[in-house]
Design a protein around this ligand. Structure first.
Ligand SMILES: Nc1nc2c(c(=O)[nH]1)N[C@H]1C(S)=C(S)[C@@H](COP(=O)(O)O)O[C@H]1N2
Ligand SMILES: [Mo]
Length: 403
């Protein structure tokens, strides 16, 4: 979409997100190697608190992290962190003084907490990957409608906040409560649209790693990433990581709202895999993440010295547990060599890896990387498929030219 039409669209829609007058769209965004093409995207740098981002959609904003940014650090800078919203009615500013988080439903005491009330709970910090369920959807074949993400619909940050369990304890969850349902300040753009709400079982909600975060990489959350507070569910896909979290409702029955019952379902099969058109498959709400790994210091088509050791670098994630092993291959996955793991930032974080891999004779070569997590799961050799394009974690391959 061209810059003028994007601005026109936003203007037409009324004040949603204030964009600067001068659009900053570079001609040279990535051209993702999606099957069947249509992978070219512009870069946009005119979203508030965001640097140059791959523009997937303006309204509501879908901004992808340019993949080269993952090479600089295992922590994704706030201004390069991806952005995804379902509805376009998002506050352009939030007054942190008057903001309140409501806790209600099956509780002994309803709460209405200010940010300073929240900060009285014990402060905790956790490194965790936030990854969209549909990250890498553009690579699915057959192609699937929805955000055509490359691999940058994910990011890793140090999140600071308070344990959800302590907030729930303060409210006193009644014994009959079955789920905690979360929603934020964003609203449907159509009057009968279902507000974005997601639920966790009480057991999951009480886990010690689940926090309400008020800071990201030591700074306030960018507005587009959920200022002033958001839910962090380490190890689970970010559909549960409710932004601008303003409401927690304790339910006495499983949540059957649209976003739990109809959207965000995966086949209850190994690797969430099924055949296009297959029927009779049991579907369940998406949940834990699975291992992934990427080469970050080389791009597709890079020229690499033949018959010499090449330095490879990248990052890996275990999913909902740590990284046990990363292996690299210079021959498309026939032979594997252990990479060296970098500093351990905890089980939910990206982990850097490095490897020196001896390259073959001049010609085309396919590099590959795979991660095994601490519960022994390894990335599969063949891609999975499901009707929403969720949970891609196939071994990624990168073609380079040896010269
Ligand atoms: N309030 C609210 N929270 C939300 C969403 C949303 O639409 N509204 N989308 C979820 C989804 S599907 C994703 S992928 C992540 C994206 O988080 P980010 O924009 O901070 O990267 O936010 C999650 N939290
Ligand atoms: Mo998502």
């Amino acid at each position: 979409m061209s810059a003028p039409s994007r601005r026109a669209m936003l203007a037409q829609a009324g004040s949603v997100l204030a964009l600067s007058a001068a659009p900053a769209i570079a001609a040279t965004g990535p051209d993702f190697p999606f099957p069947g093409g249509n992978g070219a995207r512009p870069l946009a740098s005119d979203f508030p608190q965001k640097g140059a981002m791959v523009l997937q959609r303006s309204r509501p904003p879908l901004l992808e992290t340019p993949f080269t940014d993952f090479d600089s650090s295992v922590f994704t800078p706030n201004d390069k962190f991806f952005v995804r919203w379902h509805w376009s009615v998002i506050p352009t500013e939030v007054n942190a003084d008057s903001f309140r988080l409501k806790v209600h439903g099956q509780v002994d005491r309803e709460l209405s907490l200010s940010i300073s009330d929240l900060m009285k709970f014990k402060r905790v910090e956790i490194a965790a990957v936030n990854q969209c369920s549909g990250n890498s959807r553009g690579f699915f074949e057959p192609r699937i409608p929805g955000a055509q993400w490359g691999n940058g619909g994910m990011g890793n940050a140090r999140w600071t906040g308070v344990r959800l369990s302590e907030v729930l304890d303060k409210a006193g969850v009644k014994s009959g409560a079955m789920a905690a349902r979360f929603s934020g300040l964003d609203e449907p753009a159509v009057s009968d649209g279902p507000r974005f709400k997601k639920s966790l079982s009480i057991e999951r909600a009480r886990r010690p790693e689940v926090i309400i975060a008020y800071a990201m990489n030591g700074k306030k959350l960018p507005l587009l990433n959920g200022y002033p507070i958001r839910l962090i569910v380490p190890g689970w896909y970010s559909t549960y990581w409710i932004k601008m979290l303003s409401d927690i409702e304790l339910l006495d029955a499983p949540d059957d709202n649209y976003w739990m019952k109809t959207a965000y379902l995966i086949p209850d099969t190994s690797h969430a895999d099924m055949k296009p058109g297959q029927t009779g498959v049991t579907m369940v709400p998406i949940n834990r993440m699975v291992p992934r790994s990427f080469i970050t210091n080389l791009g597709a088509g890079a020229r690499v010295k033949a018959n010499a050791p090449a330095k490879l670098r990248g990052m890996a994630m275990g999913g909902d547990c740590g990284v046990a092993k990363v292996e690299v291959s210079g021959d498309g996955g026939q032979n594997w060599h252990d990479a060296k793991l970098g500093h351990d930032e905890g089980p939910y974080s990206f982990r850097q890896w490095t490897a020196a891999l001896t390259m073959g004779p001049p010609g085309e070569a396919s590099l590959a990387v795979r991660c095994t997590n601490t519960i022994g799961e390894t990335q599969p050799d063949t891609p999975n498929w499901n009707p929403s394009g969720f949970m891609r974690n196939v071994v990624e391959r990168l073609s380079v030219t040896l010269v």
